[in-house]
Design a protein around this ligand. Structure first.
Ligand SMILES: Cc1cc2nc3c(=O)[nH]c(=O)nc-3n(C[C@H](O)[C@H](O)[C@H](O)COP(=O)(O)OP(=O)(O)OC[C@H]3O[C@@H](n4cnc5c(N)ncnc54)[C@H](O)[C@@H]3O)c2cc1C
Length: 441
């Protein structure tokens, strides 16, 4: 027997994109159902991103999700770039007029979101299976799944959001031939570890070493996160803990600095890929986050892009479902892709500049080093890195006018109260065009 039900927005995936979309829609009085094929415990423990752009932080604060992040997050005003045995500091606040980034793990954002959604009485179905989306050529798309007790469900929706990550089913459910993919593989992977030891640095260290890239980041004042470039098809079994620490010391070391070691609680190898699918929408099926695009983690953009997508999508769906206005929904894909391509370029640039390509010749290696020297010696070049790293496009969450508010609406990140439909319609920011054609804030 199939259980039939109805909601306004069916959301596939309880990662950061799906959960935040559900939260933002609720703030505007729109109902949603979130389905997730993993358990709550798995979603809350999955180690991934940890670095938030300033705009992401401001957005989370503006929508009532900032309390624990503000108490536990670590604000960083720059990074270190290391190459040829020397470590250089880039001061983001100085370069960008005060912008910064925050270390706050994706696991914690997911915990905060799940707690907030469940406290608000939201429907999140964990451990579902056989997810399908259908009736996609109609205004009433249907979400089908089997719940953890084995009951089959069919949920009729006004719209469906595919927030189901890179390996989800929504992107492949788009009509054949609609989606165009642009992608790039990289001939290396990242071996990442989580270690119970205080970080050996106050800010992230990105190190380009002749034997491969290394990154020292962190999760909390007690937990370090470190990465090593390894061959694309590397076997984790070849990396016992002692070898990992020795290689990290080798690639991150500079005179007078020591790397503190501690128990490794997790280690995994992740492939590196750039992937952009467009358009991100077919009628009332919308893709958001990793379902539509992924970037190599060097630029720390994936989570930030997922949050940006659903901020735009929540406004578009509000306009579509409450006011019957399709303009923002029609503009959704283009609005997101302009940010996505900026982040894709930045992530590719950081990756190419810092990793040792096993196929590169001396010419390419010399270009890499020349670029790195330029970044640490030219204010213009350093500003380009800092501006992209801290978040090039502003992210805004506009409040609704008093008369049309749903539950729990907060003020926008700029502190302004809702000022009519025109303000809500500006939620998908467009960069200004300078006379030279270069986007400017
Ligand atoms: C090692 C690593 C390091 C990273 N570091 C950073 C960083 O420093 N900064 C940064 O910004 N980004 C980083 N990222 C990227 C970031 O983690 C992702 O971009 C982010 O998780 C995207 O969120 P999402 O909600 O779109 O997708 P996901 O987090 O992948 O969530 C998708 C959800 O959908 C569920 N799902 C899939 N299929 C189905 C189905 N058929 N039915 C129901 N549910 C389904 C999945 O189980 C999952 O819970 C990193 C990623 C990795 C792998």
């Amino acid at each position: 027997m199939t259980v039939s039900s109805r909601t306004q927005v069916g959301i596939v995936g309880a990662g950061p994109a799906g959960l935040l979309l559900s939260h933002l829609l609720a703030l505007r009085g729109i109902d949603s159902v979130v389905i997730e094929n993993r358990s709550r415990a798995y979603c809350e423990a999955r180690q991934r991103a940890g670095l938030l752009e300033a705009g992401t932080v401001e957005l989370l604060r503006a929508v009532g999700l900032g309390a624990r992040m503000d108490a536990e997050g670590l604000e960083h005003g720059g990074i270190y770039l290391q190459f040829e045995g020397e470590r250089h500091h880039l001061d983001f606040r100085d370069l960008t007029g005060g912008r910064w980034v925050t270390i706050y793990a994706q696991t914690e954002i997911v915990k905060d979101l799940i707690r907030a959604r469940l406290a608000a009485g939201a429907a999140i179905e964990f451990e579902v299976s056989d997810t399908e989306v259908g009736e996609l050529d109609s205004d009433r798309p249907v979400l089908r799944f089997t719940d953890s007790a084995g009951a089959r469900h069919e949920v009729t929706c006004d719209a469906i959001a595919g927030c189901d990550g890179f390996h989800g089913i929504c992107r492949d459910s788009m009509p054949p031939g609609l989606i165009e993919v642009a992608e790039r593989g990289y001939p290396y992977s990242w071996l990442g570890i989580l270690a119970t030891v205080a970080p050996s640095t106050d800010e992230l260290i990105y190190s380009r070493h002749v034997d491969g890239f290394a990154l020292h980041t962190m999760r909390t004042p007690q937990v370090s996160r470190l990465y090593l470039q390894v061959p694309a098809d590397e076997d984790i079994e070849r990396w016992p803990d002692d070898r990992i620490w020795a290689e990290l010391r080798h690639r991150l070391g500079v005179p007078g600095w020591d790397l503190k070691e501690g128990p490794i609680t997790e280690k995994a190898i992740s492939p590196m890929r750039s992937f952009v699918a467009s358009p991100m929408r077919h009628r009332r099926l919308f893709l958001a986050g990793d379902a539509a695009h992924i970037v190599p983690p060097t630029g720390a953009k994936g989570l930030n892009l997922a949050i940006a997508d659903v901020t735009v999508l929540a406004a578009a769906l509000t306009s579509l479902l409450r006011e019957g206005q399709a303009a923002q929904a029609d503009a959704y894909s283009d609005a997101c892709l302009s940010r996505v391509w900026r982040a894709t370029h930045f992530s590719w640039w950081m990756t190419s500049m810092l990793h040792v390509d096993p196929h590169a010749d001396r010419f390419e290696a010399a270009l890499q080093l020349s670029q790195l020297r330029y970044v640490v010696s030219s204010r213009a070049a350093a500003t380009t890195l800092a501006e992209n790293y801290t978040g090039y496009f502003p992210l805004t969450w506009a409040s609704l006018p008093e008369s049309t508010r749903g539950r729990g609406i907060t003020r926008g990140p700029d502190g302004a109260a809702g000022a009519g439909p025109g303000r809500a319609a500006r939620t998908a920011p467009r960069p200004l065009r300078s006379r030279s054609g270069i986007a400017a804030r």
